[in-house]
Design a protein around this ligand. Structure first.
Ligand code: NDP
Ligand code: GDR
Length: 320
């Protein structure tokens, strides 16, 4: 029997890789699409004809109930969110509504229409924020440092609560930063690889950055969507940290990206207070032993390979 999946956030980085994986596995893929004046399909251009889109919005409960009725899914992946931490200080209410309450809207739609469907919530290492222990594991206490992080903590706990209240198969994946050539250009990795390529081609003169000392645990999005799928294939629902277990500074990222193009980053990078956050998350480092043991999940792409892949992709795109 063909399995069916319903995915929110399909136009984003993770939605596109997850949809590819599900299609490869023979799933019928339904996806929530919110109306925009100009459709942005760049990430899913190559697979959009294989996906059945259902119009709606995480903020509109009725549209989610309708989507559940049309798709009748075996698995639901809730990836939609206002996902940029910086914007969450500029639009804290909207972030709370989509990244936080939006999870309840989605869970309610599942509970009312298809309570036996398996549910994945895209939780985040940003929930650890001002970390109280390193490395962070599933039981590390949360201390979010942005409106985004606060909203994700709500989304995490409401997922756990629906599992415990209604016996639903609901999992929360606590994913550390993951990147790819499909990453939005405002996120630091893509901002750097895109700028390095532009500078190499003479299309940009400098790169304005915030805190170069921040440390992150960066992996490849294509590896991480496999973990999402694995979580929903287990006998029991649970929460999992997904990470590489390696930490690098933003400066190391810049060095590798510019070095790939034989550029000295110090000639181009300018520190601009505009990109320094009101409250910073200084470091994140995950320990995903539980996922490795229970899910058999393995990482394939390392940090340097990831940055190189992104620089090469940006250079090729911009050279066209
Ligand atoms: P993106 O920002 O690339 O994609 C976000 C998606 O959410 C887009 O498809 C966007 O649609 C959609 N969306 C936003 N608001 C709404 C709404 N109100 N209703 C319906 N759809 C909406 O994020 P990523 O792919 O990087 O991340 C996927 C999820 O995983 C997010 O929830 C993110 O917070 C979380 N996460 C990401 C990590 C990462 O490192 N990438 C790490 C941990 C968690 P549109 O195109 O219409 O704007
Ligand atoms: P993050 O990702 O906030 O970790 O959230 P981002 O790439 O935006 O920032 C990472 C770190 O880099 C520092 N930084 C800069 N960041 C940006 N965007 N632009 C800059 O110029 C810059 N200079 C320094 C930041 O201060 C920060 O410390 C991402 C998102 O995908 C979330 O949705 C997800 O939940 C988390 O990763 C895990």
């Amino acid at each position: 029997m063909t399995k069916s999946a319903f995915v929110t956030g399909i136009t984003g980085q993770d939605g596109s890789y997850l949809a590819e994986l599900l299609l490869e596995k023979g799933y019928k893929v339904f996806a929530l699409r919110r109306r925009t004046s100009t459709p942005i399909m760049e990430n899913i251009e190559h697979i959009k004809n294989e996906i059945e889109f259902i119009d709606g919005d995480l903020l509109d409960q009725g549209s989610l109930i309708n989507a559940m009725r049309i798709s009748d899914p075996d698995e639901v992946y809730n990836l939609a969110a206002q996902s940029f931490v910086g914007t969450s200080w500029i639009q804290p209410v909207l972030t709370g509504q989509s990244t936080g309450i939006g999870v309840t809207n989605m869970l309610e739609a599942v509970r009312l229409v298809k309570p036996e469907a398996r549910f994945y919530q895209a939780s985040s290492s940003e929930m650890f924020g001002k970390v109280v222990e390193t490395p962070q594991i599933e039981t590390t206490p949360f201390y979010p440092r942005s409106p985004y992080g606060v909203a994700k903590v709500y989304g995490h706990w409401i997922t756990v609560n629906y599992r415990e209240s209604y016996d639903m198969f609901a999992c929360s994946g606590i994913l550390f930063n993951h990147e790819s050539p499909r990453r939005g250009v405002e996120f630091v990795t893509r901002k750097v690889t895109d700028a390095a390529a532009r500078i190499k081609l003479g299309l940009q003169k400098e790169l304005r950055m915030g805190n170069l000392d921040a440390k992150r645990d960066w992996g490849f999005a294509g590896d991480y969507v496999k973990a999402m799928w694995l979580m929903l294939q287990q006998d029991t629902p649970d929460d999992y940290v997904i990470s590489t277990g390696e930490m690098h500074t933003v400066q190391e990222l810049v060095e590798i990206a510019f070095g790939r193009l034989d550029l000295n980053w110090r000639d181009y990078v300018v520190i601009d207070e505009k990109f320094v956050r009101p409250a910073e998350v200084d470091l994140l480092l995950g320990d995903c032993t539980k996922a490795k043991q229970n899910l058999g999940w393995e990482l394939e792409v390392g940090f340097e390979q990831l940055v190189t892949m992104m620089v090469d992709s940006d250079l090729a795109k911009l050279s066209k």
